[in-house]
Design a protein around this ligand. Structure first.
Ligand SMILES: [Zn+2]
Length: 472
């Protein structure tokens, strides 16, 4: 919560986010953090740091702060792009515009990207045995590794899902229960939500209490089985033990996070490089109908494929967005295969096409014709933006037989509006063979057949397309 924006009257205050001094005369933000139990913790932030902390609050506060200052235009541009990206991220995956999502990532003072990590589990719930006040630790401390700066987002049961900010993406999760407690249904719900979101296997941060120094094997096994039951691999979970939150515990946690979230094309435990493994995860998500998670990875793959240089290197900025540092030709082929499979699911069509645009070698013909047939075959289905994208792609790729399902559907079209929509679909598909057959069919209809009136305009346009092609 922003209390006010002002010019710093002295050079004494330190920024609570970057820890650097706020110079005299610099614009600063007085901010109030709400901690667990209703305690407020006040402090100052550089304006640019406040944008990273709470962009929506800065946008609102700037509207009533009329003063001109150096860099105001740049800050306002950043705020605007960030707000747009956040709004885009809230849309259903198939409607997101990747150009709006690609904002400059938040970085710490040493240039490391800032990422967010979810944190849940009984070990930081007040009123649940001894507490380590993880709430305060997570909100007031920054945990950095040589690779990134971690910002923790505490997830209490019943909390609304936090707003996703593409400038500081959520890339993992930590599950921190007391080792000796029982699995609670709300804990399982949380982990199911993480899994649905496509986050990697959470780091298990197990707290021992009482006289136990470390958790027993049976206790570790219990939490691993919980991950298994949700669809994660419990064996892959990095397990870190702690008795209290001290420096050593935090160091161990950060190291485990770095290991769990290592980016780049590095061999995975089963020996596959990471790009191939990511493509395989897409197919796995599809198989279990986890479409949001599959779409996120398809979008990652499309971005990496588009941005990769000739030798497969993904530029640093895009690496942060797509979590891949290289794409091999093997990886490209694997993404193409996953995208072909994704075409079988309406929720994934848009993302699958993004990947297929980058994988001309993938054999998508029958999957594309099949997807077109699904849309046009059911007269009650609207021909949505996803269908338009599909039809445009089919034309660009010159997919053989792309117009055939539309011809079939036209013969059965029950209403005038459906017939007209299908006629427009033919115009987008630009399939010469289908156009010719369509013109001949309409002309063969009886004069009193009402479809002849419905389709006369579409017929005329198709006839013109056929003529124009013949001229060329
Ligand atoms: Zn700062």
């Amino acid at each position: 919560m922003i209390e006010r924006i002002e010019r710093s009257p002295s050079g004494r205050a330190k920024c609570k986010r970057c820890r650097k001094t706020i110079e005299k005369g610099e614009i600063r933000v007085q901010y109030m953090w709400r901690l667990l139990g209703g305690v407020d913790s006040p402090g100052y932030l550089h304006l640019a740091c406040a944008v990273d902390e709470d962009v929506a609050a800065v946008e609102k506060a700037l509207r009533t702060f009329g003063e001109a200052f150096d860099g105001r235009a740049a800050i306002e541009a950043t705020v605007e792009a960030r707000i747009k990206a956040i709004a885009e991220r809230k849309k259903p995956v198939s409607e997101r515009d990747p150009a709006l999502l690609a904002v400059e990532p938040v970085r710490d003072a040493s240039g490391r990207p800032t990422v967010r990590v979810f944190l849940a589990g009984s070990a930081f719930s007040l009123g649940n045995g001894p507490t380590f006040d993880l709430d305060r630790v997570a909100k007031t401390k920054v945990w950095s590794s040589p690779k990134r700066e971690y910002r923790f987002v505490l997830q209490y049961s019943g909390d609304a899902d936090p707003t996703e900010d593409p400038a500081q993406p959520t890339i993992g999760a930590i599950f921190a229960p007391y080792a000796d407690s029982k699995v609670m249904p709300n804990q399982k719900q949380k982990i199911i939500a993480w899994h649905k979101q496509g986050l990697p296997t959470p780091v298990l941060w197990l707290f021992a209490r009482g006289t136990a120094l470390v958790p027993t094997d049976a206790q570790v096994q219990q939490w691993r089985s919980l991950l298994d039951s949700v669809g994660y691999s419990g064996d892959e979970a990095h397990v870190v033990y702690a008795r209290s939150v001290d420096e050593a515990a935090l160091d161990a946690l950060v190291q485990a996070l770095d290991e769990a979230l290592s980016g780049g094309v590095v061999p995975t435990e089963d020996g596959r490089p990471e790009d191939v493994a990511m493509a395989a995860r897409i197919e796995e998500h599809l198989e279990h109908e986890r479409f949001d998670a599959a779409n996120d990875l398809l979008a990652n793959g499309a971005l990496a494929l588009r941005k990769a240089s000739k030798d497969g290197v993904v530029p640093a900025f895009e690496q942060r967005m797509c979590h891949l540092s290289r794409v091999s030709s093997e990886g490209r082929a694997a993404f193409g295969r996953a995208a072909v499979r994704a075409l079988a699911f309406d929720a994934c069509i848009q993302q699958a096409l993004w990947v297929l645009e980058q994988t001309p070698g993938a054999d998508a013909t029958s999957a594309i014709v099949g997807a077109i047939a699904r849309f046009v075959g059911d007269p009650k289905r609207r021909l949505t933006k996803a269908f338009d994208a599909l039809a445009t792609f089919a034309h660009k790729r010159a997919v053989a037989g792309r117009g055939a399902p539309v011809l079939d559907a036209l013969a059965k079209a029950p209403t005038e509006s459906r017939a007209i929509a299908l006629g427009e679909a033919l115009a987008t598909l630009k399939d010469d063979e289908a156009d010719r057959a369509f013109v001949a069919w309409v002309e063969s209809l009886h004069d009193r057949d009402h479809r002849r009136q419905w389709l006369d305009e579409a017929r005329a346009k198709a006839a013109r397309r056929v003529r124009d092609r013949a001229k060329r």
